[in-house]
Design a protein around this ligand. Structure first.
Ligand code: FEO
Length: 139
């Protein structure tokens, strides 16, 4: 039975239709990444501790790699002319994400609002501005 006392869940990033680029698999992958950033936010907000943030960061790094590999394959298949520049941005973010994971594991970094804001703006900008650029080539 539902109770009336449950607190509404505040999401750090609310997924919106405007973030969809029109590729079913890629949209699903983006949504999953956003959901992981929300989980990270929730873990920090509720002070679940380093172990929890580490588990989420590990999964975020693993899944980011899966997504980039898939998306790069799609871009190569459609001969997207901006492939090299786009891949460079992926590589840079991958390095940053792995660095966050390593530093957090080594207790060298607490996941702060700054880190969360960085991930939020990187992903929302990238999805809306840059991933959208290859969609006319999808056919
Ligand atoms: Fe969906 Fe270029 O990352």
């Amino acid at each position: 039975m539902e109770t009336m006392t449950e607190k509404p869940i505040t999401q750090f990033i609310v997924w919106d239709g405007k973030y969809q680029i029109g590729h079913k698999v890629i949209d699903r992958q983006h949504q999953k990444i956003i959901s992981m950033i929300n989980q990270l936010f929730e873990a920090i907000r509720s002070s679940e501790g380093r172990q929890s943030s580490q588990t989420i960061l590990k999964e975020l790094a693993r899944y980011t790699n899966i997504h980039f590999t898939f998306e790069e394959k799609v871009m190569r298949k459609i001969n997207f002319p901006e492939y090299d520049d786009h891949k460079k941005l992926h590589d840079e973010l991958m390095v940053r994400t792995l660095e966050l994971k390593e530093r957090n594991a080594a207790s060298d970094l607490d996941i702060s609002n700054e880190v969360l804001q960085f991930l939020k703006s990187w992903w929302l900008n990238h999805i809306q501005e840059l991933d959208r650029r290859y969609t006319p080539f999808l056919g």
